[in-house]
Design a protein around this ligand. Structure first.
Ligand code: MTE
Length: 316
């Protein structure tokens, strides 16, 4: 048994003190402290999700930089999903009965062949790959997660973006009955995020349907989320129901809430501090100490060319 089996892990034990304090400041800054505190106080604590045999079989694997996989219990028990609660350990128990069927995903906007997919059809449509990616949260913690999914570019090619399409807007589900956090007036629900079309077409950009060898659990964004490993984790929207190709840079939940803090690009960049904390280092969940944060989260070789000529201090 490892320490993640303890049902009594407090956030302060998982998160370094500094990041934990940062989270509190982060919430205050976003003017959500009242709603956030209320929601957090209501959240039941979870027993850790039992480890499936598929996950146990992956023990010992690492990312391409030698980073060990983050324990399953942390990946599925310590989550950001504001539609449920701002309490990271409260998400899993609150999301337990979230209905992920029936579910459709509309792919529309500036495309030649708009289409609405049933999720079960979509999950079988493209070859499913297993990819180990680092996820670096803007709150200065990170995980190494074995994802399952398919490259988004396959789906985008199928709907044939027109020449006018320049950005992709990801829209998460709006369902305040199932997601009590959506009753908070502080955010512009539904959650939404965006990428430039070339970022969305990049081979690293994954539509994830699973992790640790199994379909996604609700807390990780079931049945479908995007994963953009070189950007802060908030770009990786969960519970996606719509993917819209658009001409202009789309608005997002975080750019509405605090545009001076959460820029559209949000590339992981140790040289650009968040206005209220440094991004130079991070705590890898499950490890002690901190490690330096890498430019583009360690994916610079693959993605730096997307930003040639751009001032990444201005376009944070
Ligand atoms: N997607 C939605 N719809 N709602 C959210 O609150 N949080 C984001 C991102 N996607 C979020 C979301 C943030 S801040 C992070 S760090 C990652 O999800 C966390 O993903 P994980 O819980 O699977 O590790």
């Amino acid at each position: 048994m490892n320490k993640w089996h303890s049902p009594k892990i407090r956030s302060s034990e998982i998160t370094p003190e500094a990041a934990y304090l940062n989270r509190r400041q982060f919430m205050q800054g976003a003017a959500v402290v009242t709603a956030g505190a209320l929601l957090a106080a209501c959240a039941p604590k979870a027993d850790p999700t039992p480890i499936p045999t598929e996950a146990a079989a992956l023990q010992g694997q690492t990312d391409e930089l030698g980073g060990a996989l983050t324990p399953y219990e942390a990946v599925t028990g310590y989550n950001n999903y504001y539609e449920f609660t701002t309490d990271k350990e409260g998400v899993a128990p609150m999301a337990k009965d979230f209905k992920t069927r029936p579910w459709t995903v509309e792919v529309s906007g500036l495309v030649g062949k708009p289409r609405t997919y049933d999720i079960d059809e979509l999950m079988k449509r493209f070859p499913i790959e297993e990819r180990i990616y680092r996820l670096r949260c803007v709150e200065a913690w990170s995980m190494v997660i074995p994802w399952r999914g398919f490259a988004l570019n396959q789906l985008l090619k199928e709907v044939e973006p027109t020449g006018a399409a320049k950005y992709v807007h990801f829209v998460s589900i709006l369902d305040p009955k199932q997601m009590p956090g959506q009753n908070s007036p502080f955010y512009t629900w539904p959650y939404s995020e965006g990428l430039r079309l070339d970022e969305a077409m990049h081979d690293l950009t994954l539509m994830s349907t699973g992790l640790y060898g199994k379909d996604l659990l609700p807390q990780n964004g079931a049945p479908l989320r995007v994963v953009v490993p070189w950007k802060y984790g908030f770009k990786s929207a969960k519970g996606i129901v719509k993917i819209e190709l658009v001409a202009e840079q789309p608005r997002t939940l975080w750019s509405d809430a605090a545009p001076n803090e959460y820029g559209f690009y949000s590339n992981v960049n140790p040289d650009v501090s968040h206005p209220r904390w440094s991004q130079a280092s991070e705590r890898r969940i499950g490890e002690s100490g901190r490690r330096p944060t890498l430019m583009f989260n360690g994916y610079a070789d693959q993605v730096a060319s997307l930003y040639t000529g751009m001032d990444l201090q201005a376009n944070y």
